[in-house]
Structure formats: structure tokens, C-alpha cells
Design a protein around this ligand. Structure first.
Ligand code: SAH
Ligand code: SF4
Length: 362
């Protein structure tokens, strides 16, 4: 059965016409689904009973169902765990920031890339998420936290490699940025990739891929170290990756975010910071660096560097006039590494289901 959230606007219109309905039904449906975030067809009161009953029998509206959530006492971020139709689970993180709300969405169940510091990839890739499953993480979270807390920013930094699920991610971004649908600003959407060069090029050359921001998980400043922790580097070398990033056509005001997970004694030494600065070279304005202290997880082979080491690394980059920021993971008390709430649920079925009524938002 089709899910209406799998359609971008032109597809929705086409489908509506195929049913023999007038074109404006697409606008009505879009308003209910994306503006009002309706949870059922019964709420769509300006559609006739016949149409509603046809929709109920022939289409699906929702794609993810909340199983449980955890709210951080430290910073108010909320990690939500969803059940998909086939029983698999994925996570989303809702992050209140100073003056806006950000959502971190997943794009795959698991991940095939195999980075050694990442929990998501432990069981490999199970499957790609559908467009509806990506978009519905946004809509269901928005319903959960309340429509007054409008989520303006979306980062594709949850479970999975977005560019390995190119078509579904592209359509999700189309739905998110279409003014007739979710209507988010392109500038407030960031896609994070482990650095699959041909897919990054493809995205930039694809006229139907809305121009959003790019983040790349660099995580090392030389080929040897990067290969050790990110096997993708064997076929997408750090040199080729940097050359590609340096030659992408950049929209004014956009910078590429280089993500760098700091792992104790692996890539966090002062000499690594100097090497990173040299790798970035003259083109400093093109990049900004996001330093993410490693989040340990049960059985992980690595350690998080202490604050002093993180600060030293940070300071060296600033000495080169490179814009660098430390991102102490949000909701450390609830989330740790990405994919952990999911693991907890699988390992221990007793994770408490928390009722919405008891959620205190502040
Ligand atoms: N697959 C994409 C997006 C999801 S991962 C990518 O790799 O970019 C999002 C970010 O989380 C990446 O920058 C990744 O390096 C980081 N990450 C993964 N595991 C982590 C861990 N255990 N601690 C800290 N950051 C981690
Ligand atoms: Fe996949 Fe990103 Fe994790 Fe690497 S860091 S295994 S690409 S989710």
C-alpha cells in the first residue's frame, strides 16, 4: 500500500489526478499532512467522506510509531525510538538550541560503512529507510513535542549513511524544503556523509537535489589513520576527498563542515591538529571544523580524551585561523553514541514506555 509521505509535491499531484480528483486536492492533502501534521484521515474535515474512506482503505499516512523516548536532564534534548512497519527500529534526536530546535534524523537501519568507532554499524546494514520513514521522523517528533516548538533545522546525522540511500534522502529533502510541504529553509538542512566521493559529486551536479549544507566525517588528518578507523577511506582516499571538497561549487555563505571525532591517542595529538590545519591549507574560508569528543559505548575499543586534550586540539586550529567548534554531544546522559537507545531496547525489553502526559518540556 502506498504511503502519501513517499510522494514529493509533483508526485502527489499526479497521484491525485490519477484518482480522478481535482488538482487542488493535492494542496488540501499537503496542508493536512505537512502544515497541520494530521495523524489520521478523520482529522481532514474538508475532504468528503468518500475521499477520506478511499484514502483510509488504499493509502497509509504514518510510517513510524513511537516506542519510547528519553529526555536529557542536562540539556533537554530528547531521543526518540521508533518502530517501523517491519518491526525494525530507528532513532531521532530532538535538540533544543538557544533560539531554535534541531532534529537529527536517521536514514538507514544500521550502516554498511563500518567505521570502527561507530555503534550504528555493528550489525551492518539492515535496510534503507523509505522517504516516508525519514519525513515521518520529523512529523511525529513535531506532534510529540507540540506544534508550537517548530523544528526549523534538520541534520542528517542519525543512523546510517545518507548518500548510500540517495534517492529516498533526496526526496525527503525535497519534501522538507518545498513550500507547499514542510517548507524548511535549505540553509537549515545539513547532510552528513562519511565521504563517498562519487555520491557527493552526484549530489552537487543533480539539479533536482535541493542545495543544502554538507558535512563530511573526516575524523583523521592522514590517510593511514583514516583508513584504520574508516574503511571507506581505502577507496575514497583523504587526498581525493579533500580535492573534491575544494572544488565543489559553494553557495554564498555556505561552508562545508568537517566533522572530527576525537579519539584518545588515535587522532587527538597536537601533531594531528597541525596536520589537519595543513590538510585544510589555504582554503580556510570554505570549511569549519566540528570536534566531537568520542562517545564510548559498551564494548567500544576507544576512549574519550579529557577536556584538556580536546581544548588543546581546538586551540591549535584557532591558531591557524580555522573556525573550529567543540560539540560535546547533546544529551550525554541519555544517548552516548548514536544508535544506543535502539540497542538498549533490543537487549532489554524492559525499557520503560513513558507516557506523553508525563513529558515536561521547558
Ligand atoms: N553516516 C554519516 C552520518 C551519521 S554519523 C556520517 O558518518 O557522517 C554522524 C556523526 O557521528 C559522524 O560525524 C560520526 O563520525 C559521528 N560518530 C559516530 N560514532 C560516534 C561516536 N561513538 N562518538 C562520537 N561521534 C560519533
Ligand atoms: Fe555509518 Fe556514519 Fe557510523 Fe560511519 S559514522 S558507520 S558512516 S553511521
Amino acid at each position: 500500500m502506498i504511503n502519501l509521505k513517499d510522494f514529493n509535491y509533483p508526485e502527489l499531484e499526479k497521484w491525485v489526478r490519477k484518482q480522478g480528483w481535482k488538482k487542488f486536492r493535492a494542496k488540501q492533502l499537503s496542508k493536512w499532512i505537512y502544515t497541520k501534521k494530521a495523524g489520521s484521515y478523520d482529522e481532514m474535515t474538508d475532504l468528503s467522506k468518500e475521499i477520506r474512506s478511499y484514502l483510509k482503505d488504499n493509502t497509509k499516512l504514518n510510517a513510524v510509531e513511537l516506542i519510547t523516548y528519553e529526555k536529557s536532564k542536562e540539556d533537554g534534548s530528547i531521543k526518540l525510538l521508533w518502530r517501523l512497519e517491519d518491526g525494525h527500529t530507528v532513532e531521532t534526536v530532538f535538540i533544543p538550541e538557544k533560539d531554535h530546535y534541531t532534529l537529527c534524523v536517521s536514514t538507514q537501519v544500521g550502516c554498511a560503512v563500518g567505521c570502527t568507532f561507530c555503534f550504528t554499524t555493528k550489525d551492518g546494514l539492515i535496510r534503507n529507510l523509505t522517504t516516508a520513514e525519514i519525513v515521518d521522523q520529523y512529523i511525529q517528533t513535531q506532534r510529540f513535542v507540540g506544534l508550537d516548538k517548530r523544528i526549523s533545522n534538520v541534520v542528517f546525522m542519525g543512523m546510517g549513511e545518507p548518500l548510500a540511500n540517495y534517492d529516498n534522502v533526496k526526496k525527503a529533502v525535497q519534501i522538507m524544503t518545498d513550500e507547499r510541504m514542510l517548507g524548511l529553509s535549505n540553509r537549515k538542512i545539513t547532510i552528513s556523509s562519511s565521504g563517498i566521493i562519487h555520491q557527493i559529486k552526484r549530489m552537487y551536479e543533480d539539479p533536482s537535489f535541493p542545495q543544502v549544507r554538507l558535512a563530511v566525517s573526516l575524523n583523521a588528518s592522514d590517510q593511514k589513520t583514516r583508513e584504520e578507523i574508516m574503511p571507506i577511506s581505502q577507496t575514497n582516499s583523504i587526498e581525493d576527498l579533500m580535492e573534491t571538497l575544494n572544488s565543489l561549487p559553494m553557495k554564498t555563505g555556505y561552508r562545508i563542515m568537517l566533522e572530527y571525532v576525537l579519539i584518545k591517542d588515535i587522532n587527538d595529538r597536537p601533531e594531528d591538529a597541525h596536520k589537519l590545519a595543513r590538510l585544510i591549507g589555504k582554503n580556510k574560508k570554505r570549511f569549519k571544523v566540528n570536534l566531537i569528543p568520542f562517545n564510548p559505548f559498551p564494548g567500544s575499543p576507544y576512549q574519550r580524551p579529557d577536556e584538556e586534550r580536546v581544548n588543546r586540539f581546538h586551540k591549535i586550529l584557532w591558531q591557524y585561523n580555522i573556525g573550529a567548534f567543540v560539540r560535546w554531544s547533546k544529551g550525554k546522559d541519555i544517548s552516548a553514541a548514536c544508535g544506543q537507545l535502539r540497542k538498549k531496547e533490543i537487549a532489554n525489553k524492559s525499557v520503560q514506555f513513558t507516557k506523553k502526559e508525563s513529558l515536561e518540556m521547558n
